[in-house]
Design a protein around this ligand. Structure first.
Ligand code: M6R
Length: 639
């Protein structure tokens, strides 16, 4: 009923991508209903992420650099763009709706003069998608402009107070309160930037990072549960939500901690906390290959990254990953939790099965968003394996915080070694697979699987072989499967264009891959897809199967083979169209994708590849952009 109210209430408007967004509802609701709407609203907007860049340099104009940086961070997802620069004591601003290149063309962002500036790509949360709501936001007297990532939870109370004090709001965003608060404290403190920043941060509630430009040439930033990184080059300082924002200019980075405030004044910066205590953070050298953020010969990042798996598969073993230390923590743990979200969670599911099967180690896998409710047996001697490509997923970070409070050891598997998760960990294994730009996790999933297999190999004392020879052979086999690209493209184009549902069946270690395959199809092709443990069919899902159903069957020749053939026959007799993925052909399949022979425990690594390719080609058939699926963001940094 409430969902009905939400979608049909005029306080919600439809965004161009079909997503509904809130307009100010404060004056329309009160009491219980307001509260409920607030809760649902929060839920609706959990999938948000914006990009921030701040630049203070001497040699080049800020605007082209800001535009270029925002383009580098496009993969994070956004709907509007804006920049502000300082020129002869005035803050100039230009912003609009659309892609960076479109807004640049329309508003001539590149030509905004000045050597200091801030920029932002916005993913609408509070307020619809329009130029007014795009960042940056001015204070009333335009002596301050701010860009913000995250959610200010108490913005409504603050907005009322500030409005009563005479501040005039121009947008519907929560972010604009930051600009007005800063203005208030700037004036009250007689233009003392330190004091202004501290007072503002003390008042704000929520998870946020923001960067502000003052008309005196100072740039400042604050990090409270959203990432913010300083980039240090010889001639300039940067503040960004992502290292890709400045990596072209420098690989020297300082990762701010939660509660850090930074002030950049000319070519120096200082970091302090809300008690004005100066803090020092180490300078880290970030090792990304910039080249790999380009698409090269591929039409999309997603297909590039699927094929790139042959280059990245062995990467976890080509850096100084300390598997022994990581495994030692696990050996000493009284109980083991594995946590992650989405794809990373699916990897955890496979990890649990392999640990149990080969190392006889019991573990519990909990989705990070559920961790707070299902981790009651955490104790100082527990170990939590946190899996996350980005290392910035809010749900994962919250789970880890909770685990840390119980004294548990945090063992993480991440792609971004400088991420928040990495820095909270007692032991860390990195995928080292380079930036993953496509929103769908593909090569990072492969890297996670490789790490999980190595851990199980060590803990099983080689009961599950996974040495260099196995790994290299596996690489050859993955290459072989990737050569099926054309076959899979044809297969997908031969399917009915109006497929409504796809089911993926697998038992045992193939079940997590069935789940992962279905996640890829939903995410990339917007088709309802479901991973089903084949044995569960007769307990319910079989009722869904009819002539319209497309069923993908993961069925390599292992202990599950015969049972899955039986399930396939049951499905076939209900008229479904069956695509078999296996090393052994069977008449029950309408279409067959042939996998090469490998040791049976390795099939999950092979069978995910055709599922990734299927999802990609289904997206192309549907004419949707596989790199930037609607409503989703690469890093879900808000709970
Ligand atoms: O960066 P993370 O691995 O923590 O991200 C978790 C999920 O948001 C992510 O895996 C998501 O499910 C993928 N985009 C799916 O392809």
């Amino acid at each position: 009923m409430l969902v009905y109210i939400l979608f049909y209430n005029k306080n919600l408007i439809k965004r161009s991508d079909g997503h509904s967004v809130q307009i100010d509802y404060t004056f329309f609701y009160n009491g219980k209903i307001l509260y409920l709407i607030k809760v649902l609203n929060k839920f609706l907007f959990r999938i948000v992420v914006c990009s921030i860049i701040g630049y203070s340099g001497k040699l080049i104009s800020a605007a082209p650099l800001l535009v270029e940086s925002l383009k580098k961070m496009e993969y994070r997802g956004y709907d509007s763009v804006g920049i502000a620069t300082l020129n002869e004591g005035n803050i100039l601003m230009s912003k609009g709706v659309g892609k960076v290149a479109e807004v640049d063309k329309e508003m001539d962002l590149n030509n905004l003069p000045g050597q200091i500036g801030i920029g932002h790509t916005r993913w609408a949360t509070h307020g619809s998608v329009n130029a007014k709501n795009a960042h940056p936001h001015y204070s009333c007297s335009s002596n301050i402009a701010v860009v913000h990532n995250g959610i200010i939870e108490n913005y409504q109370e603050l907005k009322i107070e500030l409005t009563n004090d005479g501040h005039v709001f121009k947008s519907q965003t929560d972010s604009e309160v930051i600009a007005h608060l800063l203005e208030k404290y700037y004036k009250e403190s007689n233009f003392n930037v330190n004091e202004t920043m501290i007072k503002t941060c003390k008042v704000l509630k929520g998870s946020f990072a923001f960067v502000v430009i003052f008309d005196n040439g100072v740039i400042a930033g604050a990090r409270f549960d959203e990432p913010l990184i300083i980039g240090i080059s010889n001639n300039a300082l940067f503040l960004s939500s992502d290292v890709l924002g400045f990596l072209k200019y420098t690989d020297k980075s300082v990762f701010l901690d939660n509660g850090d405030i930074v002030i950049i004044d000319n070519d120096t910066f200082r970091i302090f906390d809300v008690n004005e205590k100066i803090v020092t953070r180490p300078v880290t050298q970030v090792a990304w290959e910039l080249g790999s953020t380009e698409k090269g010969k591929y039409a999309h990042h997603t297909i590039k990254e699927i094929h790139e798996q042959t280059l990245t598969l062995l990467k976890p073993f080509q850096v100084s990953n300390n598997f022994q230390t990581f495994c030692e923590f696990l050996r000493n743990a009284s109980n083991i939790y594995i946590t992650g979200s989405g794809t990373s969670y699916n990897c955890g599911l496979l990890g649990k099965q392999l640990l149990s099967k080969f190392a006889k180690i019991k573990s519990e896998v909990v989705m990070s968003s559920e961790f707070q409710y299902s981790s009651d047996s955490l104790e100082p001697n527990s170990a939590v394996i946190a899996i996350s490509q980005s290392g910035e997923t809010a749900d994962v970070l919250h789970s880890v915080k909770k685990a840390k409070e119980s004294g548990a050891k945090i063992l993480s598997i991440v792609n971004v070694p400088t991420s928040s998760l990495a820095r909270m960990s007692d032991s860390l294994l990195t995928l080292n697979c380079g930036p993953e730009i496509g929103v769908a996790a593909t090569k990072s999933f492969m890297g996670q699987l490789m790490i999980i297999y190595k851990i199980v190999n060590i803990l099983s004392r080689d009961q599950m072989p996974f040495d260099e020879i196995n790994q290299k052979h596996l690489l050859k086999m993955v290459k072989k499967v990737l050569r099926l690209d054309g076959v899979i493209q044809n297969l997908i184009s031969s399917l009915d264009k109006n497929i409504k549902d796809i089911y993926i069946l697998g038992r045992s270690i193939h079940y997590p891959i069935a789940l992962e395959g279905s996640l890829k199809i939903k995410e990339l092709a917007y088709i309802h897809a479901e991973g089903i443990a084949a044995g569960e069919l007769k307990h319910g899902p079989l009722a869904l199967i009819d002539k319209e159903s497309v069923v993908v069957v993961l069925n390599p020749t292992d202990e599950t083979y015969q049972d899955v053939i039986s399930s396939s026959n049951e499905i076939k007799s209900r008229g479904a169209y069956i695509i078999g993925i296996s090393n052994k052909k069977d008449d029950v399949y309408d279409r067959f994708v042939e996998l090469p022979d490998v040791d049976s425990y390795l099939y999950p690594i092979l069978e995910i590849v055709p599922l990734q390719l299927m999802s990609y080609y289904l997206a192309l058939e549907k004419q949707v952009d596989p790199d930037y699926p609607r409503n989703l963001a690469k890093s879900v940094t808000v709970k």
